[in-house]
Design a protein around this ligand. Structure first.
Ligand code: S3P
Length: 424
């Protein structure tokens, strides 16, 4: 699907409720599938990625039905051998998390993914899972993955990567392994797995950068899912750079392991305020008000990177409108996402007139630049590219045409409709 984006001069105004968090939705359906009894999930994401997780759980024998806005999961507490391959679609989170669950089952399974997912690295989970006694055959450490269920044992693992998918995979394997699994990461990545497993009764606790988990049975719960700060990021970026904007984004997850984008917008001088904070199902949630701002460049590196990893394409767009040189470092894992996001962002933002340079682990962006537009841009089958380019298009002198805009449906099918309500 092609999308033409025109300049907006009169600003974005009004308020929208941000749809459900993708990361938390994956976890909710998987963990509810492991808990014996009935769990109720409120506000499950309608993105294709979480639906891939739901579909995989159904093939593993879980009874899951939507009733209005609720997803009702009934589970015996045990998964059953799948009668077909398990298709994870475009979703790295589905493949990496479910592998941790399947490695310790008493049956075999095969995980497949689309062209993009089949190129993504799986060594990062296969290696530690193998240390726990897992048996996994892969295509040179890529999908398809053939998982031969085994009895697992605990490990102490010190990861070189700050990856919530790898951490979650090992914690889920640890949930069903003999002994206490200890997982240490260099910087703290998103901790939704730890919060939800605790909420469902697992024997898990965190000590600085180490998470410890023992074999546990999960209890069914009602899980309410907050709005996705990674989806909100596009509206935050748009309101900051489109003159005359003032918007309120409601029900945004504000877990500190995800709010790097808010710390960066503050450093850039952005007018972003948190209006109301509460806690839902263990997660911090609030409303965020954003207005058009004069931005200044900043340096983004180190421990903050995992706390804003998915927002870096949108931050790159912001940096084109910030006075000075923005340097983004330590983000080499961006090359292993749904696309090589460093190469893709640089190639496409250059086309519309940005002054941006690729480095091995990030970007150097000089601002403030008048973006010329008047060109076609590509999404590389990557939802975050599609939405970031859309935001850039809002301030281009001439319209841009985005090819492959349908990829937004991976995480944010409501994007277009909600955006329109702010630009009426
Ligand atoms: C996710 C973790 C991050 C993130 C992805 C979702 C998760 O990936 O980029 O979109 O839900 O755990 P990594 O763990 O590979 O950094």
């Amino acid at each position: 699907m092609q999308k033409i984006v025109n300049i907006i001069t009169k600003g974005l105004n009004g308020s929208v409720t941000i749809p459900a968090d993708k990361s938390i939705s994956h976890r909710a359906v998987m963990f509810a599938s492991l808990a014996k009894g009935k769990s109720v999930i409120k506000n499950f994401s309608k993105g294709q990625d979480p639906l891939s997780s739901l579909n995989v759980c159904r093939i593993l024998g879980i009874d899951a039905e939507f009733k209005n806005d609720l997803l009702i999961i009934n589970s015996t507490g045990k998964l059953s051998a799948p009668s077909s391959t398990l298709d994870c679609g475009n979703s790295g989170t589905t493949m990496r998390l479910i592998s941790g669950i399947l490695a310790g089952q008493n049956f075999n399974s095969t995980l497949i993914g689309d062209a993009s997912l089949s190129k993504r690295p799986m060594k990062r989970i296969i290696e530690p899972l193998s240390l726990m006694g897992a048996e996994i055959k892969s295509n040179d450490f890529k999908a398809p993955l053939n998982i031969y269920g085994q009895n697992l044992h605990a490990i102490n693992y010190i990861s070189k990567l700050a990856s919530a998918q790898v951490k979650s995979c090992i914690l889920l394997a640890g949930l069903n392994a003999e002994g206490e699994t200890n997982y240490t990461e260099p910087y703290i990545s998103r901790n939704h797995t730890e919060i939800m497993l605790k909420y469902m009764g697992a024997d898990i606790y965190t000590d600085k950068n180490t998470v410890k988990i023992k074999k546990s049975e999960l209890q069914p719960r009602t899980i309410e899912i907050c709005g996705d700060i990674s989806s909100a990021a596009y509206f935050i970026a748009a309101a900051l750079i489109v003159p005359n904007s003032k918007i309120i984004l409601k029900n945004i997850g504000l877990n500190p392991t995800r709010t790097g984008i808010l710390e960066v917008t503050e450093k850039m001088g952005g007018n972003v305020k948190i209006l109301d904070k509460k806690n839902i199902s263990g997660e911090d949630v609030g409303d965020v008000q954003v207005s058009f701002s004069d931005l200044k460049a900043c340096k983004i590196e180190g421990e903050i990177i995992p706390r804003l990893i998915d927002e870096l394409p949108a931050i790159a767009v912001l940096a084109t409108q910030a006075e000075g040189t923005t340097v983004i470092k330590d983000a080499q894992d961006l090359r292993n996402k749904e696309s090589d996001r460093i190469k893709a962002v640089v190639t496409e933002l250059k086309k519309i007139g940005a002054d941006i340079k690729e480095t091995p682990d990030g970007f150097i962006i000089n601002g403030k630049t008048n973006l010329k537009g008047g060109v076609e841009v590509e999404t590389y089958h990557d939802h975050r590219l599609a939405m970031s380019l859309f935001v850039a298009g809002l301030i281009c002198e001439k319209p841009i045409l985005i090819n492959g805009f349908e990829w937004v449906n991976i995480s944010f099918p409501e994007f277009d409709y909600l955006f329109k309500t702010l630009s009426l």
